[in-house]
Design a protein around this ligand. Structure first.
Ligand SMILES: [Zn+2]
Length: 122
C-alpha cells in the first residue's frame, strides 16, 4: 500500500491548507472535500484534495474557487448550476454558470429553467 501526500486547499479562502499524509486505501470521488483546520480562516473548513494523477489539479481547484463553485464549503454540482446564455462570460463553462456563490451579478443567469432569459446587458 502506498503512502500518498496530497495538497489540500480551503474552499472558503482558497489558500493551501495543511497537507495530510494517508494511506491510499480506497477510492474517493475526484476533488473530494475534507474537513480540516484552516490556519487562514482559523476554523475548520472543507478543503479540496488535489489529485493530479486522477485529473483534479491545483488549477482545477483554482478555477472552481475563483469562479465560485463553492457555497458554504460545498461544491455545487454541475447539474445544479444555473444555465447561462452569455457564452462570452468567464463564468460560463459549457453553458453553466459556475458562479454558484453569486459574487458576480449577472442578468444572463437563469434561476428557473421555465423562465425566459433576460438579455439586457449587465
Ligand atoms: Zn481558509
Amino acid at each position: 500500500m502506498k503512502i500518498i501526500q496530497n495538497k489540500f486547499f480551503c474552499t472558503e479562502c482558497g489558500k493551501e491548507g495543511i497537507s495530510v499524509i494517508r494511506q491510499e486505501n480506497r477510492q474517493r470521488e475526484i476533488g473530494h472535500l475534507k474537513k480540516l483546520y484552516c490556519l487562514n480562516c482559523k476554523k475548520e473548513t472543507n478543503h479540496a484534495e488535489i489529485r493530479e494523477m486522477e485529473g483534479y489539479s491545483q488549477q482545477d481547484f483554482q478555477q472552481e474557487y475563483e469562479l465560485g463553485r463553492f457555497v458554504g464549503g460545498r461544491r455545487i454540482e454541475i447539474k445544479k448550476l444555473s444555465l447561462c446564455t452569455n457564452l462570452k462570460c468567464k463564468y460560463n463553462i459549457n453553458k453553466n454558470c459556475w458562479n454558484a456563490n453569486k459574487t458576480f451579478r449577472c442578468s444572463h443567469r437563469r434561476y428557473d429553467n421555465k423562465k425566459e432569459v433576460n438579455n439586457e446587458s449587465i
